[in-house]
Write a protein that binds this ligand. Structure first.
Ligand SMILES: NC(=O)C1=CN([C@@H]2O[C@H](COP(=O)(O)OP(=O)(O)OC[C@H]3O[C@@H](n4cnc5c(N)ncnc54)[C@H](O)[C@@H]3O)[C@@H](O)[C@H]2O)C=CC1
Ligand SMILES: O=C(CO)COP(=O)(O)O
Length: 319
């Protein structure tokens, strides 16, 4: 049995895919929501019109997770430490697989770094890469990276977490996988803002490419391997998220360009990740012009138009 904590879009989609081969407990913090999903067999709020297979039990009772050997944590990055500490006892002897993308604002840690701090003797994994929850839930083909520093754990978990439509590649570069998935959301906001401001697709391609250079510079400085960054969890996810209206980060960027209000309660990881990364970059003297511009726009210090003008006015340089 596999447990999934977080009954949002991603947790529900992963539960649906895994239920094609095993029993799944999908845990929601909200008892009313859990009952509603259990009875209607649908996550109407986050994944409407997709039926929840019979092999999924939705529950708000943490004890239901006792018989799970693996627990996937599909909650927003900034909530990961709270939820892990709150459920420390039940999580302590399980395979933990972080499914969130981002950097913690308080500590600057990624999801695995955060779990390692709370569970010092564990070998947590991260599951990340290009995938929209709606695609996974509908059984469309998806390829993701499962990163774990311990080769034996990665090899053991790969077949357990792969399904006929969810193909997992393993990596031992946890930092690279964490940072590729985290930083692509900043660039997706920038691309949404670029398109939203009417700058066109050529400008977006420039942001994707220069955004990748920025992501790479930051990630290598933290110890990531270059190969990981051009894989699914880096380049793959960057391309998907920077070019699709299905991305919440991309749509959030479009909203910024229109000076409109983001009224949805959907998770937009790039906002806090941009702040966290800008803080570390400033401390380490790493040049992150796109990230800095996004933070300034989010904090209403400059407009999207000002940000684009400032990026264009930077001194000419070698690529
Ligand atoms: N939606 C997608 O297509 C994908 C999402 N992800 C990642 O998955 C993570 C979760 O995102 P989504 O599920 O899409 O967001 P969502 O907004 O649909 O759902 C988040 C869920 O976390 C729960 N939650 C929030 N705070 C909590 C807490 N303190 N304790 C327990 N539960 C809590 C919420 O109730 C909600 O069910 C994010 O880091 C996101 O980047 C990754 C790949 C694809
Ligand atoms: O991570 C994702 C795709 O890989 C989902 O992107 P958003 O969080 O921007 O919706």
């Amino acid at each position: 049995m596999i447990g999934v904590m977080g009954a949002g879009a991603f947790g529900t989609a992963l539960a649906i895919s895994l239920a094609s081969k095993t029993d799944v407990i999908l845990w929601s913090r909200d008892a009313q929501n859990a009952d509603h999903m259990q009875n209607t067999r649908e996550n109407r709020k986050r994944l409407p019109n997709v039926a929840l297979p019979a092999k999924i039990t939705i529950s708000a009772d943490t004890d239901a997770l006792h018989s799970a050997d693996q627990i996937l944590l599909a909650v927003p990055m900034q909530q990961l430490s709270t939820i892990a500490k709150m459920h420390r006892t039940i999580l302590s002897d399980k395979d933990l697989i972080a499914c969130c993308k981002g950097v913690d604002l308080q500590t600057g840690k990624g999801p695995v770094g955060m779990l390692q701090q709370i569970f010092p003797t564990s070998h947590p994994s991260i599951l990340t890469g290009p995938s929209f929850a709606a695609d996974i839930a509908r059984g469309l083909p998806t390829a993701l990276t499962l990163a774990n520093a311990d080769p034996d754990t990665a090899l053991r978990l790969q077949p357990i977490l792969s399904t006929d439509t969810l193909r997992l590649y393993i990596s031992h570069d946890v930092i690279g996988a964490e940072l590729g998935g985290g930083l692509k959301n900043i660039m997706a906001i920038a691309c949404g803002a670029t398109i939203g401001a009417g700058m066109g697709e050529s400008a977006r391609a420039a942001i994707i490419t220069r955004g990748f250079a920025e992501l790479r510079r930051f990630a290598l400085a933290q110890g990531a391997q270059a190969d990981t960054l051009i894989g699914l969890s880096g380049f793959g996810d960057l391309v998907l998220t920077c070019t699709s209206d299905k991305s919440r980060n991309y749509r959030f960027g479009q909203t910024l360009a229109k000076d409109a209000t983001w009224s949805s309660d959907e998770t937009v990881e790039g906002v806090t990740t941009a702040r966290a990364v800008a803080k570390t970059a400033a401390n380490q003297g790493i040049d992150m012009p796109i990230t800095k511009a996004i933070v300034a726009v989010i904090e209403h210090k400059i407009t999207v138009k000002d940000a684009i003008d400032a990026l264009l006015a930077r001194p000419l340089k070698k690529e």
